[in-house]
Design a protein around this ligand. Structure first.
Ligand code: ADP
Length: 860
């Protein structure tokens, strides 16, 4: 477009455009009008010329014929008087002018007919008409019509039209300009607003009046302007954030740099290709290189050759998205100093992704010093452990060594007690027995502790009657409790099963300790034992609480009482005695049995000990025990190798009433010699003896037996020193443990020699003691004897209720300890007491007294 290239305003372009269109249309109109005018004028002139010629011809014809020249003159004169007639001329038949009138300037011009008005250059349209009279040519009429008027009219009209066209164009220009101004006003506003926006102004809006397209454009513009403002504000916010982030990053980077500069640990940052990108001063000091030396170099230079190879492989195969075995883990490896020395380091590696590239940061610590210290510590620990082991072994051996003579003391005192009738001496003997039992308890605790310390404590895993363990243990303490005037309650929940599989002795040991402590530390009130159980993973979890109303334990001591050799209150310990080992052993046993123990107490109000232990389900099918050794003979002969004279004496006394022939040997060699020269049914071999050890002697005896083919049983005979319960099975047929009581020895001999005839008396007494409870029997019988005496007193005083109450308790435990008759008589007394039959009560009490006296005689 022409206007497009012109440097003018849009308004002007619109105006000029409109003018241009106006000019074109006006020019076209002018052109058409001029053409029309010209044609109209021409036709008018031609019509007038023809009219003039015709008028003149009609009048002149006669005049010519009669040669009336005057008429012709007047005719031409009157015709030429018409304004538009230029001239009128009449010629005769020879062509001579006979009359003419008109404007001089036209008369002088020779006649030349014009075919078209436009060809009449002389200012007159010349035409003619030939006149005939009949067939005779008489002359010619020539008329000229002046074209001046016509051309003037044309030019006037044209001028006016041009003026009009000019006015029109100007008007068009003005209106077009005004219209364009109105139309473009909004566009200018938009342009202006755009310019302001371009100049940086925000939120510029323009008025959007009306509802035409421009208003719509304005609204769109306003929306766009606001959107630009919004996005500018957003951008500004982003820029601010970016600025802040940049500042933060710079600060952080400065901080990190500062940390890297000052941190004691070496920090090495590498890329995935192993090239070093940062190496802090601590690293420089540790490895002996400067950062400039190492930047861009492979980190492999800092590690031994073999480690470098695998390190590079690990780097190559590292995948940022996957877990890596080395990331986040502290590893002990070796570093290489610039001088080639290797030194131990500890390194933690983290991986980070920056701009799609993986970086590894290794934080390294030189562990040379620590390793040295560790080694020293390990050595010191080993030495300490060695010392501790030696101490434990010493403790074990000592307690074992003391137990053997202690056993003799107890045994001897027992025997003396049986024979003693003098009350004064009997009470002294009882004091000795009590003190000896006490000491034995401490020795047993020490031995248990030694076993636990050395991991030699092994738990039995046999079926047993759980409820019975509770009733027997509680019963054991019932006497002591009653003596102090304490009530001993026991609540067994139905959930507690009859039979379980586990270690009954250890459960009894734990219970005894807790109940014993409760009795010991409770001056008045009661002791309550509660037990319930639940099944878990096919096992029985037993919960037990032993609560008392005793002196209690202070909060600060409650945690300590489970520690070894710890007593809550030293002053109390003097009063109550004890070694402070019981609860420590209990806790370790309970934990071995899959549970735990805790204590709660309020000083002055009482304590409660709660523990849980796990037992397996009992075996339904009776397990085929290994065939017990049994030698069928009515006159057994036993060789006992025992270096302790005390023990030999004790055995002699214990077996006085048993039909067994005993031969003693004092060491291994003596045993071997005696074995070769004698005839025995059983050998009991102490394993620790001078000259030749029991094991050596047993081995020699086995060789002799192999030669003779006479394989009599050889039993090991030793104390349960840690590790000694596992006697060599190939060497011995079984084991008899020390220390032992009379009953133990009798039971043992009875089991090996089932044909030893029991005394008729024993048979009558229907005694069948569970070997596990054998050591509790003497105290039991003593307690029952005292209870029976109390019962007699009550019965004689007529207090049948009390007598019945005591009988009830006696009835409950007799059979459990192996004395069925005690239970039967207890039941009879209880029933008679209920029925108020005093005679029957006293009669049965007498029978009970007889029975217990006989039992005492045989068993104690
Ligand atoms: P000890 O042989 O001294 O009784 P224990 O380990 O069995 O050793 O007990 C440690 C200490 O815990 C006791 O000396 C006593 O101070 C405290 N203790 C234990 N049971 C009770 C209890 N039922 N009431 C009060 N104090 C108790």
């Amino acid at each position: 477009m022409i206007f497009g290239r012109l440097n003018m305003s849009f308004k002007l372009k619109i105006a000029l455009g409109a003018v241009f269109i106006q000019m074109v249309t006006t020019a076209a109109a002018l052109y058409v009008s001029v053409g029309f005018l010209k044609e109209y004028g021409e036709r008018e002139i031609i019509l007038r010329a023809e009219t003039a010629v015709n008028l003149l011809s009609a009048s002149a014809e006669e005049a010519i014929l009669v040669n009336d020249y005057a008429l012709l003159d007047s005719l031409t004169k009157s015709l030429s008087e018409h304004k538009e007639v230029a001239y009128a001329r009449v010629k005769n038949e020879v062509g001579s002018t006979i009359a003419q009138n008109g404007k001089k300037e036209f008369l002088s011009v020779p006649f030349e007919a014009d075919s078209r008005v436009s060809k009449a250059h002389d200012g007159s349209f010349d035409t003619y008409a030939d006149l005939y009279s009949g067939n005779y040519y008489i002359g010619r009429i020539e008329v000229g019509i002046a074209t001046g008027t016509y051309t003037r009219f044309i030019s006037d009209t044209l001028r006016e039209m041009f003026i009009l066209a000019g006015i029109q164009i100007c008007t068009t220009l003005i209106f077009a300009y005004l219209l364009a101004h109105i139309l473009t006003r909004q566009i200018y506003r938009i342009a202006d607003a755009s310019a302001r926006i371009t100049a940086g102004e925000l939120g510029v809006t323009i008025a959007a009046d009306g509802n035409d397209e421009l208003a719509a454009v304005s609204e769109t513009f306003n929306a766009m302007s606001l959107s630009v403002q919004n996005s500018h504000e957003r951008q500004q916010a982003i820029l601010n954030d970016l600025e802040k982030a940049k500042k933060f990053a710079e600060e952080e980077s400065a901080k990190i740099r500062a940390i890297l500069e000052t941190v004691v640990d070496a920090v090495v940052i590498i890329k995935q290709d192993g090239s070093i990108t940062a190496f802090n001063p601590a690293a420089e000091k540790m490895f002996g290189y400067s950062e400039e030396e190492l930047l861009g170099k492979s980190v492999n230079i800092l590690m031994p050759h073999e480690a470098a190879l695998s390190h590079q492989q690990r780097l190559d195969s590292f995948d940022f998205g996957k877990r890596s075995a080395v990331i986040g883990i502290i590893r002990d490896i070796e570093g290489v100093h610039s001088d080639g020395t290797h030194f131990p380091i500890e390194m933690a590696v983290s991986a980070s992704m920056i701009d799609g590239e993986v970086y590894f940061t290794g934080v390294i610590r030189d562990t040379s010093e620590r390793k040295k210290n560790e080694l020293e510590l390990i050595n010191a620990k080993q030495a300490a452990e060695e010392a501790s082991r030696a101490k434990t072994a010493f403790m074990a051996v000592m307690s074992h060594e003391i137990r053997t003579p202690m056993n003799v003391v107890i045994g001897m005192v027992d025997i003396l007690k049986t024979d003693e009738t003098d009350k004064n001496r009997l009470s002294k003997l009882e004091s000795i027995a009590g003190a000896a039992e006490n000491l034995m308890g401490i020795l047993n605790d020490l031995l248990d502790l030694a076993k636990l310390d050395t991991g030699k404590m092994e738990l039995e895993n046999d079926n047993f009657d759980l409820r019975e363990v509770f009733s027997v243990t509680a019963d054991f303490f019932s006497y002591a409790a009653a003596e102090k005037g304490l009530n001993l309650y026991m609540f067994m929940d139905e959930s507690v099963p009859e039979k379980v599989k586990g270690d009954r002795h250890r459960l009894r040991q734990i219970l005894s300790n807790l109940i014993g402590n409760a009795v010991k530390f409770t001056p008045t009130g009661s002791i309550t034992i509660k037990a319930d159980a639940h099944a878990e993973d096919g096992e029985t979890v037993l919960h037990v609480e032993v609560a008392d109303t005793g002196i209690g334990i202070s909060g600060e001591n409650i945690e300590r009482i489970f520690e070894e050799f710890t007593q809550a209150d030293q002053s109390m310990s003097r009063k109550y005695g004890g070694s402070g080992l019981g609860l420590a052993i209990c806790r370790r046993l309970v934990r071995m049995m899959g549970g735990d123990i805790s204590a709660h107490s309020t000083p002055g109000k009482g304590s409660s000990f709660i523990f849980s232990v796990r037992f397996s389900a009992p075996d339904n099918i009776k397990q085929a025990d290994s065939e017990p050794v049994a030698v069928r003979t009515a006159n057994p002969s036993v060789l006992i190798a025992e270096d302790s004279e005390d023990n030999r004496n004790l055995i002699k006394m214990y077996t006085k009433s048993i039909p067994v022939k005993i031969t003693f040997a004092e060491d291994g060699q003596d045993a071997l010699d005696k074995y070769k020269s004698g005839r025995f049914h059983l050998v009991l071999m102490d394993r620790r003896m001078p000259v030749m050890s029991g094991d050596e002697a047993a081995e020699a005896i086995r060789t002799v037996q192999n030669l003779s083919g006479d394989r009599i049983p050889v039993f090991s005979f030793s104390a349960n020193l840690p590790g000694e319960t596992d006697f060599p099975q190939d060497l011995y047929d079984g084991h008899f443990s020390k220390p032992f009581k009379k009953k133990d020895l009798e039971d043992f001999l009875n089991s090996v020699f089932p044909d030893i005839v029991k005394t008729a008396e024993e048979e009558d007494l229907r005694i069948s003691i569970d070997p596990d409870l054998a050591d509790l029997v003497p105290a039991y019988i003593t307690r029952k004897t005292e209870e029976i005496a109390e019962m007699r007193k009550a019965a004689e005083n007529g207090d049948l209720e009390k007598a019945g109450f005591i009988a009830h308790s006696i009835k409950g435990t007799g059979a459990s300890y192996g004395f069925e008759i005690i239970t039967e008589l207890g039941k009879a007394i209880e029933e008679s007491a209920k029925a108020g039959d005093k005679n029957s009560v006293i009669r049965n009490i007498s029978r009970l007294e007889d029975y217990t006296a006989k039992v005492r005689k045989i068993l104690i």
